[in-house]
Design a protein around this ligand. Structure first.
Ligand code: ITT
Length: 207
């Protein structure tokens, strides 16, 4: 394990929606939060893993080595039961590499056009991986948010598939619910609570 405690933590994502959510959740940690915007020379890392945890660790390790800093990476996506778990780890590339969030949502809804309410069960999954500056993975935490897919997009909050995801216990989509609600029940919030607990223990044991 690295000799020194992290003073800075790089949130390694190129997704602005994720960055906002991760930043807000980690704000109270005693570290300076950075993003890849502070490292404009960093190059994109290919996600070749079969699972969210594999991809989160591939990105955390690679960006830690590129930036020389403690690095946290999020890999996340949507699993839809009626589609056999798709789009899963391919959530970002579902409608092709350069597609927009709207195009991905449209493709998803078209695949579910004949699927009734009872079969629209889905979940968001997030894995967050933490690497030290030497690229060693020190912690991987996962979180899940169960729900179902709406019949059409609703609301402008959040990002990605949020306008068509209705979390369990609600009738509104994440696009309609306030960001405060999402920041409590989301897959990302749940994964990051594990990461935060790990970091606080690290600070406590060596601070
Ligand atoms: P980075 O790899 O740079 O972090 P990315 O967008 O490529 O950014 P992923 O590979 O983890 O990230 O893909 C995540 C996909 O799942 C992407 O299409 C997101 O829009 C979607 N997604 C993840 N979390 C989401 C959330 O909280 N709400 C809506 N969509 C989400």
């Amino acid at each position: 394990m690295s000799e020194t405690l992290p003073k800075e933590l790089v949130i390694a994502t190129r997704n602005p929606g994720k960055l906002i959510e991760v930043r807000e959740i980690l704000l109270s940690l005693p570290v300076t939060l950075r993003s890849l915007l502070d490292f404009p020379e960093s190059t994109e890392v290919e996600e070749t893993g079969a699972t969210f945890a594999d991809n989160a660790s591939i990105k955390a390790r690679a960006y830690a080595l590129q930036t020389g800093a403690w690095t946290l990476s999020d890999d996340s996506g949507l699993e839809v039961d009626a589609l056999g778990g798709a789009p899963g780890v391919y959530s970002a590339r579902y409608a092709g590499e350069s597609a927009t969030d709207e195009e991905r949502v449209e493709l998803l809804l078209s695949k579910l056009a004949r699927t009734g309410d009872s079969l629209r069960r889905a979940r968001f999954i997030c894995a967050v991986s933490l690497a030290d500056p030497a690229g060693r993975i020190l912690n991987v935490s996962e979180g899940t948010c169960e729900g179902r897919i709406a019949h059409s997009p609703r609301g402008r909050q959040g990002f990605g598939y949020d306008p068509v995801f209705i979390p369990e216990g609600f009738e509104q989509t994440f696009g309609e619910l306030s960001s405060e609600v999402k920041q409590i029940i989301s897959h990302r919030a749940r994964a990051l609570s594990g990461t935060s607990a790990f970091l606080l223990k690290l600070f406590g044991s060596r601070g």
